[in-house]
Design a binder for this molecule. Structure first.
Ligand code: GDP
Length: 294
């Protein structure tokens, strides 16, 4: 994860090590390299420019205040700015409600169904009574896939294989949850290969009908800049509450993690780092920033 970015950032920062102090002159080349490392990692140019401008200003500002080695000081500033860029504080999900309803949206193949299973397992381990809902009416295989995952993590899966109305399925599932004392309902929806109008209308209708406590947008981090564009399109239509970045285990660049918060102004809440049900983590911007800096 983030290997390329890590390598390039560390190389850039190395040039400051051994310098007596940070000056406008010696920091300029490092800043240029940091900016290039970020754009090579698929970070949007404007985002990369803004953050490196702030890093430079802070580095020059602080040189007289703190007598630490310039390389260390610079790393600390980059760490602070990367943390801020990714959202600052970690943001939890809202699971209050009777039941709380979590709507899962995203493109096909982004990892929605896998994440739904993981989230169910995560919440179950916290002692919550969860119901998974298969509201993908286009791919019968998607229902089976969720059932397999539900069985694996020991969470009941609600489905209506004959019903072609996603809104009704979601509504019926909530009624069922109330009857059976389930406290959290996770609704896995259909995704298409590209954003299309029919799909957007359907998920908007589902959202209106079930007023979720939390709408999570799932996106494949390996798609780089496209991940950010898709996030923007979904956010314009759904006004989601948080982002789930998947396949970070395969993402050597990391651009999506670094750009999404700035572009849609919604926090990343979870990261998925593998196909196994345990491969789910709450997203902590500061820990991720440390990881990026190696
Ligand atoms: P959906 O169409 O959005 O429901 O996507 P799926 O949950 O079916 O996931 C698509 C593929 O990506 C499957 O083969 C998953 O096993 C795989 N996948 C999902 N999340 C991850 C992840 O975090 N890392 C890796 N390596 N693969 C993942």
């Amino acid at each position: 994860m983030f290997e390329n970015l890590q390598d390039k950032l560390n190389k850039a920062i190395k040039t400051l090590k051994g310098q007596g102090r940070i000056t406008e002159i010696n920091v300029a080349a490092t800043i240029k390299e940091v900016r290039r490392a970020l754009t090579d990692a698929d970070v949007n140019y404007k985002v990369a420019k803004d953050i490196t401008d702030r890093i430079r200003d802070k580095a020059i500002d602080r040189k007289v205040l703190i007598s630490v080695e310039p390389g260390q000081l610079f790393v600390k500033i980059v760490q602070e700015e990367l943390t801020e860029l990714m959202g600052g504080e970690a943001q939890g999900i809202n699971v209050k409600g009777d039941p709380a309803v979590i709507l899962i949206a995203g493109l096909q193949g982004s990892g929605k169904t896998t994440f739904s299973g993981k989230l169910a397992s995560y919440l179950k381990r916290q002692g919550r009574n969860v119901l998974l809902v298969a509201a993908d009416i286009y791919r019968p295989a998607a229902i089976d896939q969720l059932k397999v995952l539900g069985e694996q993590v020991g969470v009941e899966v609600y489905s209506e294989p004959e019903n072609k109305n996603a809104v009704q399925i979601a509504q019926n599932a909530i009624i069922q949850a109330r009857k059976t004392g389930k406290k959290i309902v996770i609704v896995d929806t259909a995704g298409r290969l590209a954003v299309d109008e029919a799909m957007m209308k359907e998920i908007e209708a589902v959202k209106r009908a079930i007023t979720p406590t939390e709408t999570l947008f799932v996106v494949d981090s390996m798609t780089g800049q496209d991940a950010v564009n898709t996030a923007k399109t979904f956010n314009d239509r759904l006004d989601f509450d948080g982002v789930v970045l998947t396949k970070l285990d395969g993402d050597a660049r990391g651009g999506a993690a670094l750009s999404i918060k700035t572009v849609v102004n919604k926090p990343i809440k979870f990261i998925s780092t593998g196909e196994k049900m345990e491969a789910l983590d709450v997203f902590y911007p500061d820990r991720m920033a440390s990881r990026i800096l190696g």
